[in-house]
Design a protein around this ligand. Structure first.
Ligand code: NAD
Length: 494
């Protein structure tokens, strides 16, 4: 980049950051943390502080819940069409500001700008989808089997919700929860990850502009997640907890939610198998692998984690992906043509390195990458390993980095056994040209979602979620709004 262009880009980043709210949004007011504390938000590609924002404490969390509780009744009584139109306006505003939101995500999270733009599209679709769903919440009415009365079944908002989101998709994880909650008539307190809070802050400001009344969405940013969250979850006025993040944290939050018998949605970790059969179209499989593995720098719950490839095509598959990976451009996500940005922090780089070293120590061969890059920034080279042995940590743990490890299988039963050999069950990818085999795999894999000859499955109109330890509940689709509704039955004797 020329010096003039670099100066212009830096000025644009500074202007964008200067316009982002840095306070908490509670009851429609932007306020500092009660004790004035702040926390730094860093650019993972440089390690530099982008901005300081409010660091909420326990009192701030309590005030945010108070505000959500106070707004609940009137929001639930707001006409569905009116709620829908606010969501729709938010969708339109997001389209107008797509470039700003994309750049903001790249700055705080590191993903390449083109991918950040893709997330604006994906994240925005939840606003549009749930604006359409808000007006289609129906019950049913009918005579009981005895003929002695009428049964009325209606849907009511569950009430105030606490929404906790992770750092890897700063916009989409927020809209995927906030939009259905608002559509259903629930008020919320949302707590983004401390590593990437800016996108949520900007999005909540956008919701206000779209006409959302104060107190319906409250946002707290904090470096004390556990201390601030526990009293909110323990408060009997809270009616729902929706969490996206790692399985261990989800398990701890489930235990906390059990005390209040809260409604819960849990979108947790994954360990997706990517199965390539001997009859697969290898061009399609390689394209799918690049997307399923390297999108978001491998930091996606849906990232393909284990490449399980038929022994007759494994060498060719490995050679082809390694060639593509060696050609990938690594750098700051704002730079033109970059495909691999930084990992979220140095700890992630260290963990990725440990997983690679463990696999290599057990006999895997490095076909591309294999190492962290020197600073500044938290970079790990995109990596391909073949011959990953059973027992390697790479097969058991969620990698959350740009490492593609290949193992082989001999027949369909073995492929199914290997694919299902995990406590997770979020998504699976299967590549085959045999339609009957594809259908068999839909039935045989323990998974909440599946890509059949596809490397990305997410869609606002589809139910997103997992089985086993990948979670409870679904986000998106017709199912998504029901996470925020409770069913009420009334008998009217005739
Ligand atoms: P994480 O579990 O560390 O944190 C997620 C969120 O929970 C953050 O906001 C964090 O501040 C908060 N948190 C952490 N400990 C808490 C506690 N004790 N009480 C309350 N809040 C707490 O996860 P992460 O590192 O931010 O995100 C990566 C994980 O998220 C991966 O495991 C990934 O698979 C998962 N994820 C799942 C989905 C899905 O839809 N299934 C989507 C994206 C990410």
């Amino acid at each position: 980049m020329s010096t003039t262009n670099a100066t212009a880009a830096a000025a644009r980043e500074a202007a964008l950051l200067a316009g982002i709210p840095t306070q908490l949004s509670i009851g429609g007011e932007w306020v500092d943390a009660a004790d004035g504390a702040t926390l730094p938000v860093r650019d993972p590609s440089t390690g530099e502080v982008l901005v300081h924002i409010a660091d909420a404490g326990v009192d701030d969390g309590a005030r945010a819940l108070d505000a959500a509780v106070a707004a609940q009744e009137s929001w639930a009584a707001t006409a569905p069409r009116q709620r829908a139109e606010i969501l729709r306006r938010a969708f339109d505003l997001l389209q107008e500001r797509a470039d700003d939101f994309a750049l903001l995500m790249t700055l705080e999270m590191g993903k390449p700008l083109a991918e950040a733009r893709g997330e604006v599209t994906y994240g925005g679709e939840f606003l549009r989808w749930f604006s359409e769903e808000a007006v289609r919440v129906h019950g049913r009415y009918g005579l009981n089997p005895e003929g002695t009365g009428h049964m009325v079944v209606s849907q009511r908002p569950v009430g105030p919700c606490y929404l906790i989101t992770p750092w890897n998709f700063p916009l989409a994880m927020a809209t995927r929860k906030i939009a259905p909650a608002l559509a259903a008539g629930c008020t919320v307190v949302v707590k983004p990850a401390a590593l990437t809070p800016l996108t949520t802050l900007a999005f909540v400001a956008l919701l206000e502009e779209a006409g959302l009344p104060g107190g319906v969405v409250n946002v707290i940013t904090t470096s004390h997640s556990s201390a601030v969250s526990s009293p909110i979850i323990a408060d009997p006025r809270l009616r729902k907890l929706s969490f996206t993040g790692s399985t261990p944290v989800g398990q701890a939050l489930l235990r906390e939610a059990a005390n209040g018998v809260l409604r819960v949605s849990m979108e947790l970790g994954g360990n997706a198998p990517f199965v390539v059969f001997e009859d697969a179209d290898l061009d399609t499989a390689v394209d799918g692998a690049m997307l399923a593995k390297f999108r978001n720098i491998g930091q996606a719950c849906t990232a393909a984690n284990r490449f399980i490839v038929h022994e007759s095509v494994a060498d060719e598959f490995a050679a082809r992906v390694a060639e593509r990976v060696r050609a990938m451009r690594v750098g700051r996500g704002t730079e033109e043509g970059v495909q691999i940005g930084p990992l979220i922090d140095d700890r992630a780089v260290a963990t990725t390195g440990e997983l690679v070293a463990d696999a290599v120590g057990r006999g895997a061969t490095v076909l591309a990458g294999g190492e962290a890059s020197d600073g500044p920034g938290s970079f790990f080279a995109p990596t391909v390993l073949s011959g990953v042995a059973a027992g390697s940590r790479l097969l058991a743990e969620e990698i959350f980095g740009p490492v593609l490890g290949i193992t082989t299988f001999a027949d369909e039963d073995e492929a199914v056994r290997l694919a299902n050999a995990t406590e997770y069950g979020l998504v699976s990818y299967v590549f085959t040209q045999d339609l009957a085999r594809g259908h068999r795999m839909i039935d045989r894999l323990d998974t909440g979602m599946m890509g059949l000859n596809a490397g990305v499955v997410s869609n606002a109109a589809a139910p997103f979620g997992g089985v086993k330890q990948s979670g409870l509940g679904r986000e998106g689709g017709f199912e998504g709004i029901h996470e925020y509704l409770s069913t009420k039955y009334t008998l009217i004797p005739s």
